[in-house]
Design a protein around this ligand. Sequence first.
Ligand code: MN
Length: 128
Amino acid sequence: MLNEKLKILVVEDNPLNMKLINVILRGEGVEVLAAENAEEGIEICKTCQPDLVLMDIQLPGMDGLEATRIIKNNKQLNHLPVVALTAHAMEGDEEKAYEVGFDGYITKPIDTDTFMESVRSYLKPRLK
Ligand code: MN
């Protein structure tokens, strides 16, 4: 069991996806930090140091690729695992995601049966 409450930041502009992810994570006792855009997400990374970041790629304004590039180029933030939420598993997307420094990706639509398993696989060993 976890001694401390797990904090996961979700950067997602689609309210339905955000709601679904919230329901799953909260059901597992996770504290959810929510951001609707990249700028807000980066700010929360700085102030809250989440255990994991789930980052939508397509966001209004700055996209998830650019936001992840910024996180991974920041010495205070680059230890945070960042997992892409990709709308379509398009050819080349995976490669692009790893290029900017994503630690992995989860494909949307969210599969409620496997989502938590995927999330756990991206957490640091002490938090699994
Ligand atoms: Mn989006």
